[in-house]
Design a protein around this ligand. Structure first.
Ligand SMILES: Nc1ncnc2c1ncn2[C@@H]1O[C@H](COP(=O)(O)OP(=O)(O)OP(=O)(O)O)[C@@H](O)[C@H]1O
Length: 303
């Protein structure tokens, strides 16, 4: 069953159009990464799914119906970009407060605090929490009521590298239990292993949606073969002469672009000649993101 279906959305704030012809869906147990520059329209998409905004044109379906219906909203968890809490309440009191508002069982509260690594600080006032601790509390709040759909806006802001990794692992375990997740982030390295598909927004227009392999194939970005080689300059000149894209790197290293299908033959050529190490770098999410956003800017993709 589709958890979310946005169909042909055109969204305006007053006279200003901020989303143009957006169609996007999310399945159960799927993690969709929603990426875009500041002001691209990510939060506006989230607000449509939350039922906080009514689409100017087009339709929004959540769990097969309108997102404004109370029962549907209870099955939805949201971590906003800027989490704010009552500073005088403790972590435990805060979460209990949100559980009551959401109609979720109070018995989950301590378990959730433990899950996000805040059990030790549950009796401390939120005003004494670090930024990362407040972010964890925000995540615990989003997980109240075991939502089938989670919207996470910049969930890794303020988290240290280990906490970021733990968050991604938590996302992974929720996905395995069938939760659908939309994850908005400006931090691309590290997230790619945890998303099923990426959607790239630029100036309110969807530039691409698909798995990373599909997007890489679509844009034809090459993989790069990096070798440590005894005579890098000689090989640089030789391969350049054959029309390959080649870069000389420090430490007797050489990088050669391998467009689709060219990897194995290039590797065979290189491995004949004094190679002591080899690495293959496939296009990253960061490479794909840059490609789509720069292309959109060059083709005048603003609304
Ligand atoms: N309440 C509002 N009234 C008028 N314009 C708004 C409002 N909220 C957002 N906008 C505009 O809509 C566009 C999309 O904003 P949105 O917050 O959806 O972007 P975003 O991709 O989430 O950005 P960021 O990464 O900076 O959070 C921006 O041009 C923004 O200025």
């Amino acid at each position: 069953m589709k958890l979310i279906e946005l169909s042909s959305i055109n969204q305006y704030y007053g006279q200003m159009q901020v989303l143009s012809n957006i169609s996007l869906s999310l399945e159960e147990g799927e993690v969709l990464g929603l990426f875009g520059h500041n002001g691209a329209g990510k939060t506006t998409c989230m607000k449509l799914v939350l039922g906080l905004l009514k689409p100017t044109e087009g339709s929004v379906s959540v769990f097969g119906g309108l997102p404004t219906e109370a029962q549907r909203r209870r099955a939805l968890g949201y971590l906003p970009e800027n989490v704010t809490f009552y500073p005088q309440l403790t972590g435990l009191e805060t979460l209990r407060h949100f559980a009551r508002i959401k109609g979720a069982s109070l018995s989950q509260v301590e378990e959730l605090l433990d899950k996000v690594g805040l059990a030790h600080a549950s009796q401390r006032r939120v005003k004494t929490y670090s930024k990362g601790m407040r972010q964890r509390l925000g995540l615990a709040q989003a997980l109240l009521g075991q939502p089938r759909l989670l919207l996470l806006d910049e969930p890794t802001v303020g988290l240290d590298p280990i906490a970021t990794q733990e968050l991604y692992q938590l996302i992974d375990s929720l996905r395995c239990q069938g939760t659908g997740i939309i994850l908005c982030s400006h931090v691309l390295p590290g997230v790619e292993a945890y998303i099923d598909r990426a959607a790239i927004l630029s100036h309110g227009q969807l530039q691409a949606v698909g798995t990373l392999a599909q997007l890489a194939e679509q844009v034809g970005l090459p993989a790069w073969i990096r070798v440590k080689i005894t005579e890098p300059q000689k090989w640089h000149d030789h391969l350049s002469g054959l029309g390959h894209q080649v870069r000389l790197l420090p430490g007797r290293e050489l990088e050669v672009a391998a467009p689709n299908g060219d990897k194995i033959s290039l590797l065979r050529t290189l491995l004949h000649e004094g190679v002591s190490d080899v690495e293959i770098h496939r296009p990253t999410l960061d490479d794909l993101y840059r490609h789509y956003v720069i292309c959109a800017a060059n083709t005048g993709g603003s609304l």
